[in-house]
Design a binder for this molecule. Structure first.
Ligand SMILES: CC(C)(COP(=O)(O)OP(=O)(O)OC[C@H]1O[C@@H](n2cnc3c(N)ncnc32)[C@H](O)[C@@H]1OP(=O)(O)O)[C@@H](O)C(=O)NCCC(=O)NCCS
Length: 335
């Protein structure tokens, strides 16, 4: 039949209406980390900027941390759970293959019947989620979307591996995306380079891990820090600039730069490569929080909002990058 079909129509524009975060209670110092690896507090601080990080306890599950962060984001947005049409959870450390943890989180939040799914885009996951939510609100497939970035990377870290033991951490961050009369989320610039997938990867499949000679072995994350560092600094500064250009925003117009909190030296190098003016406030949550992958950007924004460093209506550039290698960046208006 040649009958025409209707396409979805939603809001003219979308924006982020509120952020929320959850930081596990237990603070882990570099002194504790170096009980397992040949390193020092000085080396870790100088090479990564990390002073402390937080690790979740048994009760601070992916679900519990997500519900806490999303509940805070909904309250900050002034949106009720029954107004939520979709829940997107970005995580690589929910240790069940199925079902998606998003369905259970939506139910616990009270977003009954909401579309709910997980995405696996590692440290780019929050920006991937915001990109998806922006499109969903504008095409009308959901009026309000909760985007959650959540990790319990301490479960996947080899605490005796000196190249990763000090980096990865746990936490959850969330945002509520909804309709807007004016543009609040710029075009997403995103992509991937699977030819470099080996640079950050779970070392073996679950199947291989269970069938290891001599007994099951936990499949930890492995990372080649040096090439990841170079890729992040050079390629990601270019992607960040593309996101600014796509939004029609110059570095002079920018109020804040919130990159994925991978490593303080990566952040410093990106600030330099982008020639950001001194007035641009830069997220440095990694010092207290470590690298929480998909959670790092909303957690960093929440800290800056709570300390009064960010104000409503200001313009921020966010960029996530990591395993995949996957990346995504966009300019946003702060709620
Ligand atoms: C991990 C990282 C901090 C390591 O820093 P680096 O300067 O690249 O370190 P290198 O691997 O080149 O090692 C430099 C030296 O420190 C030593 N070293 C490595 N790990 C160490 C540790 N934990 N403690 C002390 N010394 C260490 C190395 O043996 C090497 O010694 P050498 O010069 O005598 O050979 C850095 O590569 C990085 O941040 N990479 C990106 C990480 C990241 O963002 N990952 C997530 C992406 S989302």
């Amino acid at each position: 039949m040649s009958v025409p079909i209707k396409s979805g129509t939603g809001a003219a524009y979308a924006r982020i209406l509120g952020f929320g975060g959850y930081r596990p209670a237990r603070v882990v110092t570099n002194e504790e980390i170096i009980q397992n690896i040949d390193s020092s507090d000085e080396w870790i601080q100088a090479r990564s900027g990390i002073v402390t990080r937080r690790w979740a306890n048994a009760e601070e599950t992916v679900q519990a941390m997500s519900v806490a962060a999303a509940g805070k984001a909904l309250a900050n947005a002034g949106i009720q759970a029954d107004q939520v049409g979709a829940v997107i959870v970005s995580t690589v450390s929910h240790l069940y293959q199925t079902p998606a943890i998003a369905t259970v989180i939506a139910d616990e939040l009270g977003a009954k019947g909401a579309a709910a799914f997980d995405i696996s885009a590692a440290c780019a996951g929050f920006c991937y989620g915001v990109g998806l939510a922006d499109g969903m609100v504008r095409t009308g497939s959901a009026e309000h979307v909760v985007v959650i970035g959540v990790e319990r990377l301490s479960d996947l870290t080899d605490h005796h591996d000196r190249s990763t033991a000090f980096i990865f951490a746990d936490g959850a961050g969330a945002a509520v995306v909804g309709p807007s009369d004016t543009p609040g989320i710029g075009p997403v610039v995103w992509g991937s380079d699977g030819s470099q997938a080996r640079l950050i990867t779970q070392q073996e499949s679950w199947h291989q891990a269970f069938h290891t000679e001599g007994g099951a072995q936990w499949p930890h994350l492995r990372m080649e820090g040096n090439p990841v560092f170079r890729w992040a600094v050079w390629e990601m500064a270019r992607v960040a600039q593309q996101a600014l250009d796509a939004a029609g925003v110059s570095t002079d117009d920018l109020d804040a730069f919130i990159p994925h909190q991978a490593n303080m030296r990566i952040t410093d190098a990106m600030v330099k490569a982008l020639k950001l003016p001194a007035h641009v406030r830069v997220a440095r949550d990694i010092a207290q929080q470590g690298n929480t992958s998909a959670a790092s950007i909303p957690l960093a924004i929440e800290r800056m909002q709570e300390s009064g460093e960010l104000k409503s209506g200001e313009t921020a550039l966010i960029i996530g990058f990591g395993a995949g290698l996957a990346y995504a960046a966009q300019v946003i208006k702060l709620p």
